[in-house]
Write a protein that binds this ligand. Structure first.
Ligand SMILES: [Zn+2]
Length: 168
């Protein structure tokens, strides 16, 4: 499979292509920017190789421990991390749960001291739902960017594997 360095090079070049592509298709600066940012984020930090000790994993810096249970549970290059669409959906879900879990201590403190106030976890879920329903196109393109970023990764993995098998 390609090295992390090669994957990074692919992401850099493809980000330019995605900027042109999304600009032409959406004709909207905000949506196109969101697509480019999501694509780059997916390629550099949110890609399939979060299932191992990788450049993507290291880029989470002091938050990298979030991905340790993911690495423990998900087999490297399995369909769970490297499967089209399912890989990205799984990571979104995983990160979403991690973010909600991070709000849990605040919610517990609220339950003790401010039982009448709306819990931080509930507030965050409501905020996310309202943001998505307010800007559905923006979030759809963000999801497309995330998936394309992951796709550029597994497409490179598959191509190299295919050539290696063929040359054996
Ligand atoms: Zn990979």
């Amino acid at each position: 499979m390609p090295s992390g360095k090669t994957h990074d090079k692919i992401t850099k070049v493809a980000t330019l292509a995605i900027a042109v592509f999304s600009g032409i298709v959406t004709k909207d600066l905000a949506i196109s920017s969101m697509t480019v940012v999501s694509f780059a984020f997916s390629g550099f930090m949110f890609g399939p190789d979060l299932d191992i000790y990788s450049r993507q994993y290291l880029r989470w810096c002091w938050l990298r421990w979030i991905w340790l249970p993911y690495q423990k549970r998900v087999k490297h290059r399995s369909w769970v991390s490297h499967g089209p669409i399912i890989g990205t959906c799984g990571r979104i879900l995983y990160l979403g749960v991690a973010i909600l879990a991070a709000t849990a201590p605040a919610s517990v403190i609220q339950l003790i001291f401010l039982p009448e106030s709306q819990l931080a976890t509930i507030r965050l879920i409501k905020w996310a739902i309202s943001a998505i329903s307010k800007y559905p196109l923006l979030f759809t393109w963000a999801a497309i960017g995330l998936e394309l970023g992951a796709a550029s990764h597994y497409f490179a993995d598959w191509t190299v594997s295919f050539w290696k098998k063929r040359n054996k």
